[in-house]
Design a protein around this ligand. Structure first.
Ligand code: ADP
Ligand code: MG
Length: 722
């Protein structure tokens, strides 16, 4: 019955609220737990510091004697801050963060102990990560994976209730040098993009061209539920989402949560999160309520993609840990509650360098405009050519609940440019860049190229990939995902496009064309070939789904089972191979891992749904039914004939639920699949719909069975009681 629920509510109401700590001064705590350049400078001999700084800025190889000195300084700093352990932190293909902890302690021959941490240990570790999925790259008997410090991402101290640990961000590779994690391909994708961008910038007439990096600022949405409730929901604990639950009478239709006042308890939580992040040098910037009740968002200021990606992983960890401390459970799942908005992670992405600045910023001068149009054109080409790959990069079983529902961008990849920019590209396509229909938009002057004014206010929430003034926002990324995967794809497709643009520009220029005319020629070609990917209308509408597929030939890949096989296509293999981002073996292994994760998570959920239906819902329904029937019988003895329809309804729903559960159970026994693809399709088209059927009966029962018999905390309780 609901005794446990009542108990939970009592505990929440009577909890002593943590008073907010007085906010600490940012400058006192900023990056205090990070072994950054400042701390290195303060603790290292000048020559060593110069050398490590050079390595950090240029990515050059680290000399072992330098590594030894850095390791000693790092250890002393960490131990002075109370750390007894260090961990190589790495990012396997599972979207999670993994770490192997080791003590600084070293036992001597005479039984004495000292603390030890050499350059070799700092630079390379052997985590024996054989239990991490690797898609067949390593056989377990050769279970050697190495982690190696990514010097461009600083070491830091993670404080937990069980003590502090020195954390070293690392890449994860096999003993044969194959990428096992997410960081190596990210670094490679940046290098590929840098190379191609450099060439294009050179052709645009720049002499001094610094390393081009990509930037990322990710907006993270999440839900908070009181732990007293979450702990009573096996589905939240094991699957991260509710498998059952009737939407509450009051949902999000009132929109009163969005940007509303943040409840005090949540505010205290957020402040705690931000303090931890600031100490870790993570620039958390915005916080607000989201659309759904109980949903919130945190967004740091953007950083270099590699660091942003590590920081994003840490943000997810800190959100979860801190929630626990505050008696809350943080849900990062894309769709924790049916019928209520899900959570995404908007990946804001741009590319730039220290000499030319943000290359996706239209700038003020006609010259900057031209450069912007070239880079923007390259992005347009990339999204058109590799849209299915972008879809594959966000394909998880959990994100499938969001994409395509009318709250999140559709599973069809298109680009939103805003009306002004869209018009400019249209005019480039039709060769009518001579006159402006919009006042102030074009400054043709002596130039043949349009002069742009900034138009950052233009927003289209229904587009999966939108230009927002000086960056693109990939809005279809899932809230629980690592941002590395999407960033790898964006950088790689841009590298490929810029390479193409570079070659085309070169050939036009060699014909003697003037630079701006050459640019226009190449952009016109891009628009003719790839302009169909630009879409400014309503991405949720049925017309778009029809038009996108039938008229424009864009792919609509509604489920991960449809999207992931893209990774096996030849043109994708070619893309990754020629850019040097992933070898065919590495790519294949990624397909295997992602497909396996997809299948596993759906099968685990299905089993859990069956268990809950049988062991929690069925007993509650039957108990209620038995009470109902004895009431009806005893009333009949008194000559009062009470309606029996409600009992009949509960009985029917219960029977149907059991039947549906049996069907699901049978479907789960199927194992003779021709291929991984077929297995995925079985999950998408058979298991998932059967789970939905079971759910429909359970949710209907929730509306019939007396509340005092219902075993699961309700949506109302979880979403509104804090
Ligand atoms: P909005 O709600 O308008 O999308 P937010 O301020 O919540 O905007 O988040 C925007 C995110 O985009 C922030 O993380 C911000 O730092 C990031 N961002 C801003 N400029 C760039 C850029 N040039 N490249 C990458 N990210 C950027
Ligand atoms: Mg946004």
């Amino acid at each position: 019955g609901n005794m446990a629920r009542v108990q939970a509510i009592r505990q929440i109401v009577n909890r002593d609220s943590k008073p907010p700590k007085p906010p600490e001064r940012l400058k006192d705590i900023w990056a205090e737990n990070v072994f950054n350049l400042d701390k290195m400078q303060a603790s290292l001999p000048k020559a060593v510091f110069k050398s490590i700084k050079k390595t950090i800025l240029t990515g050059e190889k680290l000399d072992l004697s330098v590594a030894d000195a850095v390791a000693t300084a790092m250890r002393d700093w960490a131990m002075a801050k109370g750390a007894l352990y260090y961990a190589h932190v790495f990012y396997p293909m599972t979207n999670l963060t993994a770490e192997k902890h080791d003590g600084f302690i070293s036992v001597q021959g005479n039984g004495n102990v000292t603390s030890e941490f050499s350059g070799k240990v700092l630079v390379q570790g052997e985590p024996d990560g054989s239990s991490f999925p690797n898609g067949g790259i390593r056989d377990t008997f050769e279970a050697r994976g190495y982690t190696a410090w990514d010097v461009t991402s600083p070491a830091y101290i993670m404080e937990t209730d069980n003590g502090s640990t020195l954390c070293i961000p690392t890449v994860f590779v096999s003993w044969t040098g194959e990428a096992l994690g997410k960081k190596v391909p990210l670094l490679r994708s940046i290098a590929a993009m840098d190379k191609a961008a450099n060439k294009v910038l050179g052709l645009l007439g720049h002499k001094d061209i610094a390393h081009v990096n990509s930037s990322c600022g990710a907006e993270q949405e999440y839900f908070l539920v009181d732990a007293n409730f979450a702990n009573q929901r096996p589905d939240l604990l094991l699957a991260g989402r509710t498998l059952f639950g009737k939407p509450p009478a009051k949902g999000q239709e009132f929109d009163d949560h969005y940007f509303g006042a943040i409840p005090e308890r949540i505010q205290v939580f957020m402040q705690d999160v931000e303090t931890t992040l600031y100490k870790l040098g993570i620039p958390a910037k915005t916080r607000h309520n989201e659309v759904a009740p109980g949903q919130f968002e945190i967004a740091p200021h953007f950083e270099a993609a590699n660091v942003a990606s590590d920081h994003q992983q840490t943000i997810m960890t800190v959100l979860k840990h801190t929630a626990k401390k505050h008696g809350l459970t943080c849900l990062l799942h894309e769709k924790p509650f049916a019928g209520i908005n899900g959570s995404g992670k908007h990946v804001n992405w741009s590319v730039g360098n220290s000499t030319q600045g943000n290359l996706l910023d239209p700038g003020d001068s006609p010259h900057e405009n031209a450069q912007f149009l070239v880079f923007c054109g390259a992005v347009i080409r990339g999204v058109h050519k590799y849209g299915p790959l972008m879809r594959a990069a966000i394909a998880t079983s959990s994100n499938d609940h969001r994409l395509g529902a009318n709250e999140a961008p559709p599973a069809i990849m298109s680009v939103y440019l805003g009306s002004q920019l869209e018009e400019v590209f249209e005019q480039i396509k039709t060769g009518t860049v001579t006159e402006s229909t919009q006042k102030g938009v074009m400054d043709l002057g002596v130039d043949v190229l349009p002069h742009l004014t900034k138009d950052a206010g233009d927003r289209n929430r229904t587009s999966p990939f939108a230009f927002t003034g000086n960056r693109f926002e990939f809005r279809a990324v899932g809230s629980s995902q690592s941002v590395s995967g999407p960033l790898i794809v964006l950088n790689t497709m841009l590298a490929d496009s810029l390479e193409w643009v570079g070659n085309r520009l070169e050939s036009e220029l060699s014909k003697g064309l003037e630079l701006n005319t050459a640019i226009l020629t190449v952009l016109k070609e891009i628009m003719e070939e790839h302009g169909v990917v630009i879409f400014g209308g309503n991405g949720y509408s049925e017309e778009w789904h029809k038009m996108a597929v039938e008229e424009r030939g864009l792919a609509n890949l509604p489920t991960s089972a449809d999207a992931l096989p893209t990774l096996k296509e030849e043109y994708i293999e070619d893309l990754f191979q020629k850019t040097g981002v992933l070898t065919p073996v590495e790519l294949e292994s990624r397909f295997e891992v992602y497909a396996e994760q997809y299948i596993l998570s759906i099968e685990v959920e299905a089993k859990l749904a069956m268990d809950m239906a049988k062991t929690m819902i069925y007993p509650a329904a039957v108990e209620y039914l038995s009470q109902l029937s004895s009431t009806i019988t005893s009333l009949a003895g008194l000559g009062i004939h009470f309606e029996k329809e409600s009992a009949q309804k509960v009985a029917d729903l219960t029977k149907s639920m059991v039947e549906a559960t049996d069907k699901l159970s049978t479907a789960l026994t199927k194992h003779d699949f021709q291929s991984t693809e077929a297995h995925m399709q079985h999950c998408a088209t058979t298991i998932r719909p059967l789970m939905d059927t079971v759910r429909s009966y359970v949710d209907a029962l929730e509306g019939e069975v007396a509340d005092s018999f219902w075993p699961l905390p309700t949506y109302q309780e979880m979403l509104f009681i804090k």
